[in-house]
Design a protein around this ligand. Structure first.
Ligand SMILES: CC(=O)N[C@H]1[C@@H](OP(=O)(O)OP(=O)(O)OC[C@H]2O[C@@H](n3ccc(=O)[nH]c3=O)[C@H](O)[C@@H]2O)O[C@H](CO)[C@H](O)[C@@H]1O
Length: 393
């Protein structure tokens, strides 16, 4: 008899727990998260059909306004500021900005926006200067890159077609040209200034406010000594846990365990409905926290790391994209040599080639930093065909 009663008690406890778990899941995943996240671009709850077109148009409009504002800034500067001295040799950091003339999106003046932001950041750290900046103009078409010309008074602008006349007669696919342009810019920066470290930005990579503080911190970490490159950007849409990168799965499980333990410790303070501390409850809460994190969007969790440069995480490099890259020490020269030996084409652009080269070359290590240190503002590509109506996703 007592055995039956014990079984009944256990059964009622379990069904009570299951019912509470079910209510919690329905409320969280069916009510609270949809209400909180339906406008968050990188959440699973984002209402794409309702908001995507509108948000994309808004972002294009803003980008156009910011481009026009940057254009006025650089045009107006000529009357109020004296040009600075040419960049000094041997700087701690050289930032090379690779740029080509854009046909689509020309009026958003991406390059001018990026340079305006760099100018603002550099004026905030002058003694000693955070970095020297060189603009690397790789335009080879019949028209000049007007934005680069406008910046000439303020920054050193190097031009590939002036240095390498033969490039005008080069008949290579656009991805191979893009790679050769990149190699030229890497080598030219090194040759001109012999910097101790190099950052290469593409002309639509807008640095974040803490850009130089984080770079300085990264360079002070041990891993940088042996790094071939550190990626400073990965597309937001590819940052979720479900984009399987081994370290992300570990991070996801760790977050689940920490979050569930915190909940188990906090819930008893909230009243009699709290679950008892047991392994099944812990497992349930681990899965619950993991699901909440993924559905809300890992991208938003990463933003918390912006609190301090020390909190930025470094992990093995991910494949896609090179809009912002840090090359510690003489790594930019090694990368130029590696890229020189490879051929790029559609489906095998310089970002993929570099990723594979880093993995297959003994002794070289490639890393990614999170969260992103730049915002990618280029809605229009200068190497690919552009859609009639570019979208944020
Ligand atoms: C955000 C993002 O995913 N960007 C990636 C995407 O660029 P996108 O397709 O977004 O092209 P983009 O217009 O950003 O151009 C990338 C870079 O190439 C430069 N450029 C352009 C034309 C040219 O003849 N020579 C030249 O060097 C241009 O100035 C810019 O610095 O694909 C590229 C590879 O193809 C790189 O992996 C980019 O990081």
């Amino acid at each position: 008899m007592p055995r039956r009663r014990a079984l009944l008690l256990l059964h009622s406890r379990w069904s009570g727990s299951a019912a509470r778990g079910l209510v919690l899941c329905v409320l969280t995943f069916g009510v609270v998260l949809p209400l909180c996240c339906h406008r968050s671009l990188y959440s699973y709850y984002f209402l794409r059909s309702v908001y995507l077109d509108w948000m994309s148009d808004e972002s294009l409009r803003k980008s156009y306004e910011q481009g026009q504002q940057a254009l006025r800034y650089w045009q107006g500067l000529a009357t109020v500021r004296v040009p600075e001295n040419p960049p000094a040799k041997g700087p701690e950091l050289l930032v090379t900005v690779v740029t080509a003339r854009r046909v689509d999106g020309h009026s958003s003046h991406y390059l001018l926006q990026v340079m305006q932001k760099l100018d603002r950041l550099l004026r905030a750290c002058r003694d000693p200067p955070c970095a020297e900046v060189v603009v690397c103009d790789v335009e080879s078409g019949p028209f000049e890159n007007e934005d680069a010309t406008l910046l000439e008074k303020w920054f050193r602008v190097v031009r590939r077609f002036q240095d390498e006349q033969q490039m005008i007669h080069e008949h290579v696919n656009i991805f191979e040209k893009e790679k050769r342009d990149y190699v030229y810019c890497l080598r030219k920066g090194w040759e001109l200034l012999s910097p101790r470290n190099v950052v290469v930005l593409e002309d639509d990579a807008l640095p974040s406010d803490d850009f130089f503080a984080v770079i300085r911190n990264l360079l002070s970490r041990r891993f940088a000594l042996s790094a071939l490159y550190v990626k400073l950007y990965h597309p937001e849409r590819l940052q979720s846990y479900w984009n399987p990168e081994p370290y992300r799965i570990l991070e996801w499980m760790g977050l689940g365990v920490v979050g569930a333990t915190a909940l188990l410790l906090i819930l008893p303070l909230c009243g009699p409905l709290s679950p008892p501390i047991s392994t099944p409850h812990l497992l349930f809460l681990v899965l619950y926290v993991m699901a909440v994190a993924e559905l809300c969007g890992r991208h938003y969790l990463l933003e918390l790391r912006r609190l301090s440069p020390q909190l930025y995480s470094v992990s093995p490099a991910t494949e896609c994209c090179t809009p912002a890259m840090l090359f510690p020490g003489n790594a930019s020269v090694r990368v130029a040599a590696l890229l020189d030996g490879a051929v790029c084409q559609k489906g095998n652009a310089k970002d993929m080639v570099l990723y594979r080269l880093a993995r297959s070359t003994r002794g070289e290590h490639a890393h990614s930093v999170e969260p992103n240190l730049i915002q990618h503002i280029g809605a229009f590509s200068s190497v690919r065909a552009n859609p009639w109506h570019p979208r944020l996703l």
